[in-house]
Each structure stands twice: as C-alpha cells, then as structure tokens.
Design a protein around this ligand. Structure first.
Ligand code: XMP
Length: 512
C-alpha cells in the first residue's frame, strides 16, 4: 500500500487519547497511537511527520511515571505535548514542574500569543478545557511562553527552532473552542503535512491490496449485523466477489426485524454468499439465570464463536478469515492503560477451531466515522451506514437481570415504538443513540379499573459525538408523552415508562 503521511501519538495513559488520533485524522492526516516507550529506532523507521505526547494521570515526579527517551527531542521531528505530555517535555529538557495547591478544571479563558504558528487564526483569548494539578513553573531554555490563564503561568510554550510545542489544555475535546484548529495548525503549519488521508484513497488501495493478497482463495467472514462487519464484508465482496462466504450468526438479541433486514440487503442488494444461522434458543439457554452484565457479555461473545465455528466446519478449510476489528478495538486491547469500565468487545477473542490460515482485518486502521465513510464510498444505503451504535451483546445488556424470551419480546416492541416516534418527529438526526431498556422493576399500576403489577420501561437518549462523554437529550415533553402512552397501551406487561435524565459521566450510555 502507498505510505501515508504519519503522525505518531505517544500514549501516556490519558482518557482522551483516541480522540487525539481522531482529530488528527479529521484533518486528513493518518495517525496512530503507540506506547510511550516506543524505541527511537522504531520512530525513525516509521518516519512520522510529527509526534504528539498525550496527557495522562501521572505526575512527572511519580516513581513509575511513564517517560520516553530524551533523544526523541533530537530527531528533528516536530512534537506537541498535551497536558502530562507537555510537563514531561519540560521536565526532560531542564524546566520545572510543580504541584499546584488546587486543581484547575473547566473550560477556561487562555490568553494566547496568536503570532505563534500553533495559534494562527485565533483571537487573543480562547476557551480551552484545562484539567490538571501539576503545572509548568519554569520553562526550559530555548522555549517561549505563548499562553497563560489566570492561575496557570505557562499554559502554552514553544521552541520554534526545534519545533517543540507544549499545551496544558486539551484541544481534542469538544469543550475546547476551536480545539481542532490547534491540532490542524500543528499538522499543517509546523509538521508541514499536506493531508493525503481520504476514504476514497483508502477504499481504492484496500481493494487493490485485498485482490492481490487473496487472489481466488476462499475467505470467510463472521457477520454480526453491525456496521463494522457489514462494511468489512462489502469491501471484501468488492475485492473478491464469490470467493467470500459470510456467516451471519443471529443470536436473537438484535432489534425488531433487524436480522431480516440484514439478510435482505446482503443477499438482494449485494448478492453476497450469506449463511444465516438462527441461534436464539442456544443463546437464551446459555443466558438462563445469568444476571451479571459482564458475565452476559462473556457468554454471548463465546457462544458467538462456538456457533461460528460449527458452521464453518461445514464449509471446510478456508484460506482467510475476515474480522471487522476497528482501530479503537486495537488501541483498547493493545495498550490497555486506561481502566476498563465495560468490556466492549463483541467477540470474545478468536475462534480456535476454524480451519483458516490467516486473519484479514481490512478496517483495522479506521475509526468508526471513517468506517461509515468507507461504507458510503462502497455505495451502502445510508440507513445501514448511519445506524446508531448497537452493542455486540445486543438487547441482552438492555434487559436488566435475567434475559428471557418474553422479556426480549417486550423490549423489542417498546424499543421499536420509541425509535418510530423519534423518526416520525425527525429527531433521529440530532440524537446519536436512543433506545428502550427493560428495567427489572415491577410496579403497581391501574388499567381500566384493574390493578396491574408490571414492568417499567426506561427510555434512554443521548447526544454525543464520541460516545465517551454525552448529554441526555432534551426530547420535547409531547413526544415523550406520546411514546409513553403508546408503549403502555401497545406493549403487554408494561405499565410504566420513565426517562433517563443522566449524562455520561457519571452514568454510562447503556444501563449494563
Ligand atoms: P457505555 O455504556 O460504556 O457505551 O457508555 C458507550 C458506547 O459503547 C456501546 N457499548 C458496547 N458496544 N459491546 C459493544 O460492541 C458492548 O458490550 C458495549 N457496551 C456498550 C454503547 O452502545 C455506546 O455506544
């Protein structure tokens, strides 16, 4: 494949590291997150146009604080240090970092020197997200101050000759106004990138490479119905056509009518060689009596693989196995420096008993938004490409407590009504994820003159761009009222509907 311009992002354990990589890509420059202790030889080999040090929870004076070799500053490659990354740069180059009495947190006015290449096209003051206790007290020799806040004397610094830059704030988060412009300035004004990363070139190059690699050999793909594996399969279909066989494991935990829709599109629109396995009973049996969310995830991941293995055995030996792994999976499982809140991986590892020679992961380098753009490039229908994220374990983690067939039916109906009303009122464009949850709570109600004792449905709707943080959506009361009234009237065994008004953090998007 043709080599793209590259920005290496050294991971010092910050929560927003993926976001930094995404922002760089949004500026049409390819970026990769790598461990902070990557060797100097490796960096030289990769020939990056620039390097970004991420933030992180450590203090440079901490005993085991992550540090990179000092020679990195002698490579002549531009470096931007963010938060801890800036403090480390200062510490290694002879400046001084100090602990403040109080943490500075929030979207705060930063007075900046807009004659710096980093702040080109900025006003004198800009709001950026600050989140730190340590701060740079004394900057190293050769550096200039290019930004401060009321309490932080060195919020931004530069060494123009050596092309070294440090910022105490986080340009990658949405709370920072024009944050992406800081990154863009670094990429284009300082690293002199030209911006050669586009999805059209990605698709063309991938198809060419896959054709050359696979030739006329047999390739197997596990389809979950989600966006990632769908795009991977269609990309492969464009490259190798009939040599691709897809196995669609329908675990019965998809939304109402979703499995049929996936089957229809793949078979009718693309003519893909698709085997659908209806495995709901098996999954429900395995989930019987299980209430713990992480256990549900594990069981579903493992069972998915078992079903897939059994089906593939019927096909016999294949040369390649396609996985819909995307870049966030790679970062999360590869580096694992941030703490695990939920195990988000749909598939609990690789199938052990499938007879294949090599794994192919055509989307391994892409973020979710890039996967969607790839889908569009491949001519996939918008309603498939822009489907809201749906967790691999499906409705099982939206049913609190034990999953049963009856509960699944209740949830599918309630969720379908909610989605229908959101679409009818044109709200689907503004709300990024919305769904119903079947709480395990039964309460007393009254229908006609009868006492009822039935389930409570919770509605969840969030607005977010990164799914790492999000705010609950202010859906108009009239629409909530309509949804509530329809659910209680149309779905048996539900007598109460509540709306979740918690943002993330502190809550997560899914209830489990
Ligand atoms: P949370 O609940 O952690 O969700 O705020 C963030 C995003 O991740 C999705 N999610 C999952 N996706 N397997 C997945 O593939 C999972 O087990 C899983 N759990 C949560 C969630 O829908 C949201 O988009």
């Amino acid at each position: 494949m043709k080599e793209n311009e590259l920005i290496l992002i050294l991971d010092f354990g910050g929560q927003y590291n993926q976001l930094i990589a995404r922002r760089v890509r949004e500026c049409n420059v390819y970026s990769e997150v790598v461990p902070y202790d990557i060797s100097i030889e490796e960096i030289r080999k990769r020939k990056p146009k620039g390097i970004i040090f991420t933030g992180g929870p450590a203090s440079v004076y901490g005993e085991n604080s992550p540090k990179c070799p000092k020679e990195i500053f002698e490579l002549g490659i531009p470096i931007l240090g963010i938060c801890y990354g800036m403090q480390l740069m200062v510490h290694l180059l002879g400046g001084n970092v100090k602990k403040a009495d109080k943490r500075e947190y929030g979207t705060i006015d930063v007075d900046i020197n807009n004659s710096s290449l980093l702040f080109k096209n900025f006003a004198n003051t800009n709001k950026f997200l600050m989140s730190h206790t340590d701060y740079v007290e004394k900057i190293p020799e050769g550096f200039q101050n290019i930004g401060h806040t009321e309490t932080c004397p060195n919020a931004a610094i530069e060494n123009q000759d050596k092309k070294l830059y440090g910022i105490q704030f986080h340009p990658e988060v949405n709370n920072s106004v024009n944050g992406t412009l800081v990154i863009k300035n670094f990429l284009y004004n300082i690293c002199k990138c030209t911006g050669d990363w586009t999805m059209t070139s990605f698709v063309d190059e991938s198809i060419k490479t896959l054709k050359e690699k696979i030739k006329d050999k047999k390739t197997l793909c596990a389809l979950s119905g989600g966006v990632d594996s769908s795009v991977a399969a269609i990309l492969l279909n464009k490259a190798i056509g009939k040599n691709l066989i897809c196995i669609f494991v329908d675990h019965g935990l998809l939304r109402k009518n979703e499995a049929d829709e996936v089957e229809r599109v793949f078979k009718e629109k693309y003519g893909i060689n698709l085997i659908r396995v209806n495995a709901k009973e098996r999954f429900l049996e395995k989930l019987s009596g299980v209430t713990e969310p992480e256990k549900k995830r594990k069981i579903i991941g493992e069972e998915f693989i078992r079903v897939f293995e059994e089906e593939s055995r019927k096909i016999g030996e294949v040369d390649f196995l396609v996985q819909g792994t995307i870049y966030p999976d790679v970062i999360e499982s590869g580096l694992g420096k941030s703490s695990v809140i939920k195990s988000h991986h749909n598939v609990g590892g690789l199938p052990e008993h499938v007879n294949f020679k090599e794994i192919i992961e055509p989307l391994r380098s892409l973020f979710k938004d890039e996967v969607r753009k790839t889908g569009l490039e491949l001519g996939m229908p918008e309603n498939l490409v822009f489907r809201q994220p749906f967790p691999g374990p499906g409705l099982a983690i939206r049913i609190i407590g034990e999953v049963t067939d009856k509960k699944l039916e209740i949830l599918k109906e309630a969720d379908s009504i909610f989605r229908e009303e959101i679409a009818n009122h044109g709200l689907h464009k503004n709300i990024n994820q919305y769904f119903a949850v079947l709480t395990n709570l039964k309460t007393v109600g009254v229908m006609g003159d009868e006492r009822t004792y039935d389930y409570t449905i919770a509605l969840r709707a969030v607005e977010t761009t990164d799914f790492m943080t999000g705010i609950w959506s202010k859906i108009p009361y009239e629409i909530l009222e309509k949804v509530s009234s329809r659910i209680v009237n149309e779905v048996p065994n539900v007598n109460r509907v509540v709306y979740d008004i918690t943002s993330k953090p502190p809550a997560t998007i899914e209830w489990e």
